[in-house]
Design a protein around this ligand. Structure first.
Ligand code: ZN
Length: 292
């Protein structure tokens, strides 16, 4: 009888297991201390790696509505009038939904690791919106794009300078939407003043003229094979397919590159000067960021 009672007790133990656990927690009600001072790791880097610039293709009112009520957003919004403000719509610690599919410098899912800045600008002038249909043009030339105004450039300069410093952004990771999604996007377009931002405010990447001239004189372009050319784009950070053909997707990469680095003549056709600029950039910004 005593044996049976003992057996019954043992069989009941698992049923009261959870009660026992609860009792332990009650016995130790103080939360554990998270100590972030005693030990610290050296293997670490910023989560934010890239700054992506966009234009809105809309006016102020419409941009505010779309970016604050829809499924598209950006961390920062720069309007086109002088209201003395840069609007922060999404905290930098959270993801904004601005980048979409694509990649740059070996990273994809760029919403995870980038800050997005939307600049109010109409993009292509209304009279040229349908210019590529029924025409010989494959891509919009420089004149088709709408200018940014002076206040916007100053706001972008201040904001990107501050972000680059705080997150230690590599110069070539300050990019346009087109740079990371060349077959889907052309913003911030040919009128965005990348060269001026580099030369006047130290923002982003730009080539040295001396190097460009050197590579033009050397003319590696005339002997370069398609795989070599594609690898050169890849080395800089562009995503480009590895087919042996120079297809539309490849021309889209060239167009995005030209919008950024040779904006007065964005043709989508690779030429000696474009290739020399790419080589000059690869020389100046050799190597990649950390990928850990
Ligand atoms: Zn965009």
């Amino acid at each position: 009888m005593v044996k049976n009672l003992f057996l019954a007790f043992v069989l009941t133990l698992p049923l009261i297991g959870c009660v026992t656990t609860t009792n332990i927690q009650i016995a130790n009600p103080k939360p554990f201390v998270v100590d972030s001072e005693t030990y610290q790791a050296t293997g670490k880097s910023e989560r934010i790696k890239t700054i992506i610039l966009h234009y809105t293709v809309s006016n102020n009112a419409r941009a505010i509505k779309l970016l604050t009520t829809g499924d598209v957003s950006a961390h920062y919004l720069i309007l086109d009038h002088d209201d003395n403000k840069i609007y922060n719509l999404v905290p930098e610690s959270e993801r904004a939904w601005h980048a979409g599919n694509g990649g740059f410098a070996g990273r994809t899912i760029l919403n995870d690791t980038s800050i997005g800045i939307e600049i109010v600008n109409a993009g292509i002038k209304p009279e040229y919106r349908n210019a590529l249909k029924n025409s010989e043009l494959d891509y919009h030339p420089y004149e088709h794009y709408v200018e940014f105004n002076e206040v916007q450039i100053k706001k972008v300069a201040q904001l990107v300078q501050d972000l680059s410093k705080r997150y230690h952004i590599s110069p070539k990771n300050v990019i346009g939407h087109a740079d990371m999604a060349p077959s889907r996007k052309i913003d911030p377009g040919a009128k965005f003043p990348w060269e001026r931002l580099y030369k006047e405010h130290g923002i982003g990447a730009w080539y040295d003229d001396f190097d460009k001239q050197f590579f033009m004189n050397q003319d590696a372009f005339s002997a370069a094979t398609i795989p070599e050319i594609k690898q050169a784009f890849r080395d800089y950070g562009y995503q480009i397919n590895d087919s042996d053909e120079w297809d539309k997707a490849s021309r889209n990469v060239v167009y995005a590159f030209q919008l950024h680095f040779r904006p007065q003549q964005p043709t989508g056709e690779l030429d000696l000067e474009t290739y020399a600029i790419l080589q000059a950039l690869n020389k100046k910004y050799a190597g990649r960021d950390d990928f850990y």
